[in-house]
Ligand binder design. Structure first.
Ligand SMILES: Cc1ncc(C[n+]2csc(CCOP(=O)(O)OP(=O)(O)O)c2C)c(N)n1
Ligand SMILES: [Mg+2]
Length: 559
């Protein structure tokens, strides 16, 4: 049998060369016919393939890599069903504004329209969950496709970009200096130029920036709200500088629970008092209740800054819209703030910052509670010292996830985010450990959520990634159970029960460390052993399935 054509002189070689030249060292992937040429081309080229157990997990890993490094995480999957399996995770990356390059094998160009194996309009399927998506058309230009995809993913408002790679292009021999097809002859779906997302280079509209600053200066109770990318380490210092220069409190809005984000604590009860809001890289979307009453007062004015003009809200809620890089605008505003007369009282900004850290009065008792099943805040109390020592938190959704997001303070945390999707935490933790090998990485998931990507513990074991998975086991899809109680009544709850399964034993069977914790006193020692295990670990905690915390206008019981 003759060997397939692979190596540096093929289209696949061009793909790998372009990735390597851009500094990409990992491909998060699940194998398949159409991409084996790319696997082959990585041999000896310094690029590690992290071979996952589901395509969505590969994208979640690329997403975490993107969020932590601000360099695109690259996922590579096979055509048709492999491609489709990955799409839900791309939605997570899109909503988290994470730079991701999503590459899929694709039916050969030479067979298109004839019912090729796994032939599918992959570009059409990926378009709603990407910044840009196209089908590669020329083997000699595959390197340009990759470079363009990487550039679009990280520019402007970061996000995922897709390129479909036809199998025949990947396997085609490409000689150096081979003539390239002219882009002008390509049909719709060919590689776009980075285009309007590169507003970074455009001159700032000084008058508009000044008007936004004056709007804040004239307000009594101004606020700064920022989106997911602005809340990350690479951009947050600019937000902080502006907050310091103006005395205005700045908050990141990255929770699917929006103004009810439990991490906001008592601040969630005060945001509606604002009379002017600066949105930095933050859409006026569902998470801020579109800026409308009762979320915000009818008279509250909004100024919105976004690198992506399409993200700017239409309608009369926004007094000022600025299409520009929010980092540049924040820096410009911080520099100019001293020259203005500010009307707001420092006390308002301080009150919001204080409220953000103010917990209901009874939380201290819950953190120390000896009760069984274990209170979620007791788990938080056990996690906090590890986070204080530098562990990175990857927290999923569901009621347990909300408790932990609210109940701990983490130097670095990744959450499921505005997609409102559950299931990403275990694969994200794997990539987080790759991006930050010096730090302990703790994934927090509900028992239902654990099932989405539990087998990525196997990926972690094979790739030497000792992540710690803490499962809050209430034998229930509790978030939905709670909604049933709220909307239909306690006597009409249905179909949300799970078994109190031994997820710790599952992890042990995969070569990991696993412990069941039923007694709160066992939490700290079990977590310490898990962190020290040097292999993936699961602490399966039997918790009380409580509704996630909510806040009232005055500190009081959580529920
Ligand atoms: C992909 C996806 N599927 C379904 C949901 C709806 N959903 C949100 S939370 C939740 C329950 C999660 O259960 P578990 O992980 O056990 O956490 P718990 O709420 O019990 O603490 C479900 C089904 C979702 N948000 N995302
Ligand atoms: Mg549960």
């Amino acid at each position: 049998m003759s060997r397939a054509v692979t190596g540096p002189r093929t289209g696949a070689g061009r793909v790998v060369d372009a990735l390597g030249a851009a500094g990409v060292r990992h491909l998060f992937s699940l194998s398949g016919n159409q991409i084996l040429s790319v696997y082959d081309a990585t041999i000896g080229r310094g690029i590690e393939i992290v071979h996952t157990r589901h395509e969505a997990a590969a994208v979640h890993m690329a997403d975490a890599w993107g969020r932590l490094t601000e360099e695109p995480g690259v996922a590579l999957v096979t055509a048709g069903p492999g491609h489709l399996n990955a799409l839900s995770a791309l939605y997570g990356a899109l909503m988290a504004e994470s730079p991701v390059v999503f590459l899929s094998g694709h039916a050969p160009l030479s067979q298109l329209g004839r019912g090729a194996f796994q032939e599918l309009d992959q570009v059409g399927a990926a378009r709603p969950v990407t910044k840009a998506a196209w089908l590669a058309k020329d083997a000699a230009r595959l390197d340009e496709d990759i470079a363009t995809a990487l550039e679009i993913a990280r520019s402007g408002r970061p996000g995922p970009v897709h390129v479909s790679l036809p199998g025949d292009l990947l396997e085609a021999r490409v000689l150096r200096g081979e003539p390239k097809a002219s882009r002008a002859h390509m049909e719709d779906g060919a590689a776009p130029s980075p285009g309007p997302s590169t507003t970074a280079a455009a001159p700032l509209d000084d008058a508009a920036v000044r008007a936004a600053l004056e709007m804040l200066a004239a307000a009594r109770r101004p606020l700064i709200l920022v989106g997911p990318a602005m809340g990350r380490a690479a951009r947050w210092p600019s937000v902080e500088r502006l907050a310091r220069a103006t005395g205005i409190a700045a908050l990141t809005m990255e929770s699917p629970r929006g103004l009810n984000d439990p991490w906001l604590h008592m601040a969630s009860t005060r945001l509606g008092e604002a009379d002017a809001v600066l949105l930095l890289g933050k859409r006026l979307d569902y998470s801020v209740r579109f800026g409308e009453p009762p979320g915000f007062a009818a008279g509250c004015r909004f100024a919105q800054v976004d690198a992506d003009p399409a993200a700017l809200a239409r309608g009369d809620r926004v007094a000022l819209s600025i299409a520009a890089d929010p980092v540049r605008v924040a820096d410009r505003m911080a520099a100019a703030a001293g020259a203005l007369a500010w009307r707001h009282q420092e006390e308002w900004g301080a009150a919001i910052r204080r409220a953000r850290r103010t917990e209901p009065a009874d939380w201290a008792r819950h953190r120390a509670s000896p009760a069984r099943p274990i209170h979620p805040l007791r788990v938080c109390a056990a996690l906090q010292p590890l986070l204080d020592a530098g562990a990175l938190l990857v927290c999923d959704g569901g009621e347990f996830g909300q408790w932990v997001q609210a109940g701990v303070e983490a130097g670095t945390r990744l959450i499921n985010g505005l997609s409102g999707s559950i299931g990403s935490a275990i694969p994200m933790a794997c990539a987080a450990r790759m991006a930050r090998p010096e730090r302990a990485v703790i994934a927090v998931v509900g028992d239902g959520t654990f099932g989405f990507h539990a087998l990525e513990v196997d990926t972690a074991a094979r790739h030497g990634l000792p992540v710690v998975v803490v499962v809050g086991n209430d034998a229930r899809w509790n978030a939905e159970h709670q909604l049933q109680i709220q909307h239909y009544g306690r006597e009409r709850t249905i179909a949300c029960e799970l078994a109190p399964s031994r997820y710790d034993e599952l992890v042990r069977s995969l070569g990991g460390h696993g412990e069941l914790v039923e007694d709160p006193a066992g939490l700290e020692p079990a977590l310490a052993r898990a962190v020290a295990a040097g292999r993936p670990a699961c602490i399966n905690v039997l918790i009380d399935g409580l509704p996630a915390p909510t806040y009232r206008a005055a500190p009081g019981p959580a529920h």
